[in-house]
Design a protein around this ligand. Structure first.
Ligand code: SF4
Length: 450
């Protein structure tokens, strides 16, 4: 999971500080590393580092740069890949000039592509998807950079949203199925590409549109033009439904649907499917369960309480790379207010249960507050399958709903009752047609089986 942001000013205004701000708005998509790259005197320059954006990159360093085009990246990676040489954007100066690439997603044929490239002499310095694209471009140095990039993208399988910096342009591209979100914005002659529209808001840009599945948007001195990766696949969408459940910020609009509205509707539908008569209050697990809890409370006629407080200075539990850190993270991060829960029958709404760690800890903490009953409601279906397209839940045996029946899981987390949203309600709440959504981690309906 990553966040990408790019900017190109057609009026030659400096954009590096805006890229920094855009990445700030996307910090929830990755906290392990950050990087920004730009072109300078025909060469690529970059700043990159580990940790949160403000630790990884010195904002002052950017203020003095005059580049009118830049891309940036914040990244979540598994622990074994969390090293400086894997920090994006990946940058190079090749025969056709400077290039930098930032990528969100998972190229599923990366091993095969890497093998082929190595046989032709490529030497890899990282284990990133982006470096494979870079080598594919370098091996087509007889082509114009944009043509070499399009040629490389045609070879990729899996999911990607990418921003690419070329000497004279910013390129934003989305895989032919549109798994990962990517939007285009504009303000006063500066064009932006961002993983989510909330990053456009921070720079005051207007959301123009989503990059379409399979589309390559090229932004240069003359404005925007659109190319296609693979014509034959366009129209078969697999927009990630987990973006609406958990990943995206609620103030983002993805593929025309408000994440906030989708989450609230998930809560309303959950209340209708699984009411908890006589409950004294409904509270959400902050932050991604809060909006569904509001929807649940409104539909059920149950008072909503901000019963669980989140320490905003601790990273999101789910995207911490190891189980040990994740377990500590729950304790540090979430704190129920004892006075709200004492002697009350409480409904707690969470966005999802992946490994079950957070649910067990929070139910236990609420019981310790003296709650009379704790009923857990999950605003998505059970996560039963690994994601093949870039979310870190890939080991099936780690998924709580795989390891246990509903009753077993309810006992394990210590709740009085536990229930989920249905697949049908999830799709209806998002409001996109079923054949445009990926729900594979809930349903097992992978691209290959559709
Ligand atoms: S499997 Fe789940 S997390 Fe992965 S792309 Fe599909 S909906 Fe998103």
């Amino acid at each position: 999971m990553s966040g990408i942001f790019g900017a190109y000013s057609t009026t030659n205004k400096p954009v590096l500080e805006e890229v920094y701000l855009g990445l700030y708005a996307l910090q929830h998509r990755g906290q392990e590393s950050a990087g920004i790259a730009w072109a300078e005197d025909g060469h690529v320059a970059s700043v990159r580092g580990m940790g949160l954006l403000h630790n990884a990159i010195d904002q002052q360093r950017l203020a003095g740069e005059s580049a009118n085009c830049a891309i940036g990246h914040v990244r979540y990676v598994p622990l074994e890949s969390s090293q400086l040489h894997n920090v994006l954007p990946i940058c190079a100066n090749y025969a056709r000039g400077p290039v930098a690439i930032a990528h969100d997603g998972l190229v599923t044929n990366l091993a095969e592509l890497t093998r082929q490239l190595e046989q032709r002499g490529a030497i890899f310095q990282s284990s990133t998807n982006s470096e494979a694209i870079l080598h594919m471009m370098a091996q087509k140095s007889h082509m114009q950079p944009i043509d070499a990039l399009v040629d490389a993208l045609k070879k990729l399988e899996g999911s990607y949203a990418i921003a690419v910096l070329l000497e004279d342009s910013l390129v934003a591209a989305r895989d032919p199925y549109g798994f990962k979100p990517l939007v285009i914005g504009e303000r006063d002659g500066t064009y932006y590409a961002a993983s989510e529209s909330c990053a456009l808001d921070i720079v005051g840009a207007k959301l123009l549109r989503d990059v379409e599945p399979g589309e390559i948007v090229v932004i240069g001195a003359k404005g925007m033009k659109s190319l296609r990766v693979r014509q034959e696949r366009c129209g078969r969408c697999m927009h990630c439904s987990f973006e609406y459940v958990y990943t995206a910020r609620p103030d983002s609009i993805i593929d025309g649907r408000s994440v906030y509205e989708a989450r609230k509707e998930m809560g309303r539908r959950l209340a209708r499917k699984s009411p908890c008569g006589g409950a004294d209050l409904a509270a959400g697990m902050p932050d991604s369960g809060t909006i569904s809890a509001i929807g649940y409370a409104q539909a059920a006629g149950t008072p909503f309480e901000m019963g669980v407080v989140r320490n905003r200075y601790v990273g999101r539990t789910f995207i911490q790379p190891t189980q040990k850190v994740r377990e500590l993270g729950v304790k540090i991060k979430l704190n129920p207010i004892a006075e709200i829960f004492k002697d009350k029958r409480a409904v707690i709404v969470d966005d999802s249960i992946v490994r079950g760690t957070t649910a067990e800890r929070i139910v236990s903490m609420i019981r310790n507050c003296g709650a009379a009953e704790v009923h857990l409601r999950i605003a998505s279906p059970p996560v039963l399958h690994p994601c093949r397209y870039g979310i870190d839940t890939r080991k099936e045996e780690t998924l709580a709903a795989v390891r246990m029946t509903l009753d077993e899981l309810c006992r394990k987390v210590g709740a009085d009752s536990l229930d989920y949203l249905t697949e049908e309600d999830l799709i209806a709440a998002i409001g996109l047609p079923e054949d445009k959504l990926c729900t594979a981690c809930f349903t097992g309906k992978y691209l290959e089986e559709r």
